[in-house]
Design a protein around this ligand. Structure first.
Ligand code: BGC
Length: 746
């Protein structure tokens, strides 16, 4: 024991001296790798395996807690890392065990699902994406990291970047929607927000991009289900979003539960080693999802847990989350030669390097500062930003005859619906250490806003998801007494998120009956929608004069939505996921192909064309769609020229005029269509956007610059390049509207 302490001190001293000498030739990574090697040389196989293990404490788990004895495991050096444990006192106690009661004194990582805020909860990620504001997204993650690190955490299991085209899948709430390019920008912003500019800063934490790979494409939208897709789709649509997080320096990657083309991700050597490490040069470590090594047995690729452990570590997994597979079997596997000591050491090294990068070896208690914990949580400026972000994330889906904002002269306002005053639902799923008691509901937000100047009536009308209609009459009589009605409808927070797939994504329960009855009173009605996924609300769209999609806005939801309803904030959010008319249209997304039998839009039901007998092909609300209280007019597009050489820049501009009567922000979008390719190309691909504030009556010129290489795609032989030929370029307010111009690459 003494000998090891002396040796460790010697190593630390030598390295300190080494760093002090400022040997510019060695990067931090090499220094940390050398330090890690020195430690690995002193470790037993069991101690190494301990570093590769991650166990949950007994707090907020997302699966079966397999071990209740995590404290003993830490003592025995078998749990090198813990998740679902936070607060300074708790983390300090556990870290102390690792530092004082284990032979190697190696500090532990403390992980947690900090997905959209830690204590101050921001809108759900899909809502954040609707702001198209990467700076705001980065700021939200920075605040989340400050709060989480102040409570002892040093690792978040985020960002979740799984591209998704199927709103039945409940986890769409956790991602950025259906577009690869936009998803990539957001993924990078999230990584920057969590990790900051220096991982060793006390407010930085390791990020973990997940779920690698293609977890967002389960068959039938059913969580954990099989994924099967072409190599081209995987490369073109799904992988680049993870790659963007890797390029932004994400420190860890989580494997996905699913298989792709018959190979579960957790045992996929091509994915975890050839692609991730060798091709993409990822330097961090790979952790499994919750007991996904064990699930290799259910997948039918391993006969028992020992084989599952061997398959996964040999494929490139470094850390076993909660499965006990490594703790139970790696020792034998190494001794029998089924897993080489080199493989074991590489995995340990990657994890130790991450601990060095965080500065945990210098100070294992650096995240255990009571003063920070007291000062950094839910600061007023974080709450102000949460309110601003809740407003920015709202998408105005319909606004007939300027129903919204609420007119200033109303005397009585009714706030009706099962989600009008539901604190618990405001957080949305995956709300980390967020406390629902501290949330502002819609009713509270409205009361705060009108501050006694308007009489507020309220009624629940019905529950979110049952068939009890007994409250509808009372809701109708409340509506009759009001000059204006706000109807709060949608899903409860548990209806999206993990293990929350739905086959019917219309309004649940009897809410549509409530809506019909209230709207029938003839009062002006604005629906505020709470949802963790696009909903198929065709009837609601037909009958409601106005619909504002507020998603789940987090701690300050009610105040942020009230800002929009009363016109203090002009809505500017736009959808990053298509809203279908009905479930039968799913999967539905904007970047579809032409097919050999495209429809004539004038004759959508023509026989022998690619269509349905009973539904248009078009969605209810397309990707990129969202209204404002003002209106914008786009000029024709001007291009710098129409024929480009391969090194030229393509510059496209439009003038956008605010033709309404209030200032507003517009998200102008640029799409491209490659008319003839080596393989078929989508009719539209997002290649740029600009979010601009335009004062009423003013015109702003917006310019986009592309280079021909931005038009690259995977060819028949999977080479990535662009072709000469003809293209169409669109600029407009969403993926369905706007004008276009043609150009060629010569
Ligand atoms: C989820 C992960 C999450 C993990 C730990 C799993 O069930 O799929 O996204 O990070 O639990 O909570």
């Amino acid at each position: 024991m003494m000998r090891i302490k002396i040796l460790l001190t010697l190593i630390l001293f030598t390295t300190f001296f080494y760093t002090g000498c400022k040997n510019q030739l060695l990067s931090d990574l090499i220094i940390y790798e050398n330090k890690a090697d020195s430690i690995i040389n002193l470790m037993t196989i069991d101690e190494k395996i301990g570093q590769l293990s991650l166990f949950t404490s007994d707090w907020s788990t997302t699966g079966p807690t397999m071990r209740k004895d995590y404290i003993d495991l830490i003592k025995q050096g078998k749990a090198g890392n813990i998740f679902n444990a936070y607060t300074v006192d708790y983390v300090k106690d556990l870290q102390k065990i690792a530092m004082e009661e284990t032979r190697m004194h190696i500090p532990m990582l403390f992980g947690y699902d900090v997905i959209h805020g830690h204590r101050t909860i921001f809108p759900i990620p899909l809502a954040q994406a609707s702001s198209w504001d990467t700076a705001a997204i980065e700021k939200a993650e920075r605040i989340a990291a400050i709060e989480a690190t102040a409570e002892g955490l040093n690792w978040t299991f985020a960002p979740m970047v799984d591209l998704a085209r199927d709103p039945r899948w409940g986890r769409v709430m956790e991602g950025s929607g259906e577009d690869t390019w936009l998803g990539g920008l957001i993924a990078a912003a999230r990584v920057r927000g969590f990790q900051g500019s220096d991982l060793s800063d006390k407010s930085s934490m390791l990020a973990c991009v997940k779920h690698f790979a293609a977890y967002g494409a389960p068959q039938g939208g059913r969580d954990y289900n099989t994924v099967d897709m072409s190599e081209r789709s995987l490369y073109e649509w799904y992988l680049p979003v993870y790659k963007s997080a890797i390029n932004a320096g994400v420190a860890s990657v989580m494997t996905s539960f699913n298989e792709i083309a018959g190979i579960p991700s957790t045992s996929n050597k091509w994915l975890l080693t050839d692609l991730l490490h060798n091709e993409w040069k990822f330097k961090g470590f790979v952790v499994t999802d919750y007991s996904s090594i064990n699930e290799l047995i259910n997948h039918g690729v391993a006969v028992d847990l020992s084989e599952a452990a061997s398959l996964s570590i040999n494929a490139g997994v470094d850390m076993d989350m909660q499965g006990s597979a490594f703790v139970s079997h790696l020792d034998d596997l190494v001794k029998s030669g089924k897993v080489s000591e080199e493989t074991l050491n590489s995995a340990v090294k990657r994890i130790l390097v991450a601990k060095y990068e965080l500065g945990l070896f210098d100070d294992p208690y650096k995240y255990c500062d009571k003063k920070r914990e007291k000062e950094e949580i839910m600061r007023p400026e974080y709450l102000d930003f949460a309110r601003e972000f809740a407003g920015k994330s709202c998408v105005l889906l319909k606004n007939e005859k300027g129903t919204l904002p609420v007119r200033e002269d109303i005397k009585t306002l009714a706030v009706i619906g099962p989600l009008a005053d539901s604190k618990a639902d405001m957080l949305g799923f995956w709300s980390a250490a967020g406390q629902w008691e501290k949330c502002v509901t819609l009713l509270e937000g409205i009361n705060n806003k009108v501050n006694g100047t308007v009489k507020i009536l309220s009624a629940k009308g019905c529950n979110v998801n049952d068939d009890n209609t007994s409250g509808i009459n009372q809701a109708v009589s409340v509506a009759r007494r009001a000059d204006f009605v706000i109807l709060a409808l949608g899903e409860s927070k548990e209806m999206s998120g993990e293990s929350a797939s739905r086959t019917d994504i219309d309004l649940p329960g009897v809410q549509i009956e409530l809506a019909r009855a209230v709207i029938r009173t003839g009062k002006p009605v604005a629906v505020v929608l709470f949802n963790g996924r696009p909903l198929a609300i065709q009837e609601l769209d037909e009958i409601a004069p106005a619909i504002l999609d507020a998603w789940f806005g987090g701690t300050q939801a009610g105040n942020g939505i009230a800002d929009v309803l009363f016109g203090d904030v002009n809505p500017s959010g736009k959808l990053t996921m298509t809203f279908p008319r009905n479930v039968g249209q799913i999967p539905i997304f904007y970047n579809t192909k032409n097919t050999g039998r495209p429809i004539n839009p004038e004759k959508p039901y023509e026989k022998f064309k690619s269509n349905y007998l009973d539904s248009p092909n078009t969605p209810l609300y397309p990707f990129g769609y969202g209204l404002s209280y003002t209106s914008f007019k786009y000029s024709v597009i001007s291009l710098n020229k129409t024929g480009f050489q391969k090194d030229d820049h393509i510059t496209a501009s439009v003038d956008i005029t605010n033709t309404g009567d209030r200032d507003g922000e517009e998200i102008a979008q640029l799409y491209v269509y490659d008319l003839v390719g080596d393989v078929t190309r989508p009719l539209k691909e997002l290649k740029g956007f600009k979010k601009v504030l335009i004062e009423k009556g003013k015109t702003v010129s917006v310019t986009f610059t592309l280079s021909p290489s931005d038009l690259s795609y995977y060819h028949t032989d999977m080479s990535f390049s662009f072709d000469p030929g003809d293209f169409e370029l669109f600029i407009g307010p969403n993926s369905s509207e706007g004008s276009s111009v043609s150009f060629s690459i010569l």
